[in-house]
Design a protein around this ligand. Sequence first.
Ligand code: 13P
Length: 269
Amino acid sequence: MKPQTIIAANWKMNMTNTDAAAFAREFKRIYKGQGDVKTVICAPYTSLSVLTAEFKGTGIYVGAQNMYYEEKGTFTGEISCAMLADIGVTYVILGHSERRAKFGETDENVNKKVHAALSNGLTPIICVGETLEQRNAGITAEWVMGQVRSALTGVDAAGAARCVIAYEPIWAISKGAVLSGDKSLVATSETANDACGGIHNVLKDLYGADTADKITIQYGGSMDGINCTDLLAQSYISGGLIGGASLNAENFSEIVRKAQELNVPKGVY
Ligand code: 13P
């Protein structure tokens, strides 16, 4: 069986609190229930409380886009797992390529954050992915597998089964396919599936097939309401992490709806 399908929005540094509340009301109006698909909205810290209140009882989950691994103390500007859990946040994106490239996030930090998230009952969405240079140099598999292994160092099978891995090729992120209609910069379904299959194999190697089969692997990088069907139909892709196309309730719900339509069990890998 394919793992749980999870469609997650990553709003990045977009949406004021007012925008978030308006989105939530609009999304609830359009949204037709979960089906077998889990829907998660990962928002800026400032809107998390508003969203957990708006989505209470709807089955829509709320996630943060980062957190710090220490419990509390002299870490000005940081947010702990307990602070997130206390307001009803259940997911957290860790190691996004933008945080790795622009804010010095390291594999070691990501690993510490994964442990902290799991200890506090949060589901980590662990992001991995290669640059165009790495892809052209033929080291995609090695790089991505290394990121997965580092992030999960010291995590046992029970913990790993609670993680989500998001494969986001950096060269395919934020290419504006939604606006421009240019699909050439989105990873083809086959390319994305190859990498996700490689991730599945590493998980199998680390934890065995039973655990690996439970771990959701998402694709992220200019996914939209059109290309999502092809991407989500691939054998190793069980969800999406969506940036640009998640900022509008109509566009995002279209992806959720298509994922629900596709979400018929496909049997074993
Ligand atoms: P886009 O969907 O805007 O390419 O963003 C992808 C992403 O980085 C999600 O985390």
